[in-house]
Design a protein around this ligand. Structure first.
Ligand SMILES: C[S@@+](CC[C@H](N)C(=O)[O-])C[C@H]1O[C@@H](n2cnc3c(N)ncnc32)[C@H](O)[C@@H]1O
Length: 274
């Protein structure tokens, strides 16, 4: 029987908990709380121990008197702090990929390439606890960093990292979604079609229009339907009473997202329904 005292309150910081210390929106520090250790910043240090037993959301002062807020990290925080060995997909695009691929708890998803694992972290976060992400990466040297990023985000157990070239085969079947972020997505479309269940979703992210055109042609050839390509342009707004306006600088371009659904090929006995 579970004793009341055994239940861990997820809102209380414990030894081993992750904490995002927020100084302001541009300066945050993600650490794992360990007794006897300090977080050192240019605004002074914070003793880890002082947080144990406190609620997330607590304000603390550094040794130099600066106020930090101890927040519970979100999947967005883990992605932002991911170590990079490749270009990663930005959260604005990840959000759309998650919606267009319709993934949720229990979904089975194939993804390629893993790269730094930023997108993989998000996919795993949404398919847990009983779904699975099969992530293909052709370059073995990228996998250790991706594995570390997944471990830090506490989602490694929902991911199967595969050092394989996805063009040479997808070994899973009846998938809910296939998600592509690699240089030649059009070479994967036929295999993705076979691996998906009827009505399953494919989403492809590409930085250039040439890649998009080749991918869409291949989707059309392979009986995918509802093919749409979009670009998401995001502007941050600086909010200040009497002076609210968009920030002067913005990210100009990340990539295009193409999504589609698998339809079955027309059978010879196709008749109108009355
Ligand atoms: C832009 S990175 C992916 C970044 C990743 N989406 C992220 O958010 O961290 C593209 C990756 O695709 C991998 N790749 C390219 N062709 C591949 C293939 N045929 N099979 C598997 N991985 C491939 C590359 O090695 C590279 O790591």
């Amino acid at each position: 029987m579970i004793e009341h005292s055994d239940i861990i309150d997820e809102n209380i910081i414990q030894e081993g908990s992750d904490v995002l210390f927020l100084l302001d929106t541009k300066r945050t520090f993600l650490i794992n709380i360990k007794k006897g250790e300090k977080l050192h910043t240019h605004k002074g240090f914070i003793q880890n121990e002082d947080l144990i037993g406190k609620k997330y959301g607590k304000k603390v002062l550094s040794s130099l008197g600066y106020e930090f807020v101890a927040l519970k990290p979100t999947i967005y925080d883990y992605i932002k702090k991911a170590r990079r060995s490749t270009q990663i997909i930005y959260p604005k695009d990840i959000a759309l990929i998650v919606v267009y691929s319709n993934i949720g708890p229990g979904s089975r998803v194939v993804e390629a390439g893993t790269g730094s694992g930023a997108l993989t972290c998000a996919l795993a976060h949404y398919v847990k606890p009983n779904g699975r992400v099969y992530s293909y990466e052709v370059r073995e040297e990228f996998l250790p960093k991706a594995r570390k990023n997944l471990k830090k985000a506490h989602v490694l157990e929902y991911v199967e990292l595969k050092n394989k070239d996805i063009i040479s085969g997808i070994f899973e079947s009846n998938l809910d979604a296939v998600i592509l972020d690699l240089a030649t997505p059009w070479l994967v479309i036929q295999r993705a079609y076979t691996a998906l269940r009827g009505s399953g979703c494919i989403v492809s992210f590409s930085p250039t229009i040439e890649q998009v055109v080749k991918t869409v042609i291949e989707l059309e050839k392979n009986e995918f339907v509802g093919i749409v390509t979009i670009e998401c342009i995001m502007r941050k707004i600086r909010v200040k009473e009497g002076a609210t306006r968009p920030e002067t600088l913005m990210h100009g371009h990340s990539g295009y997202i193409t999504y589609a659904r698998k339809a079955f090929k027309k059978s010879n006995d196709l008749k109108p329904l009355f």
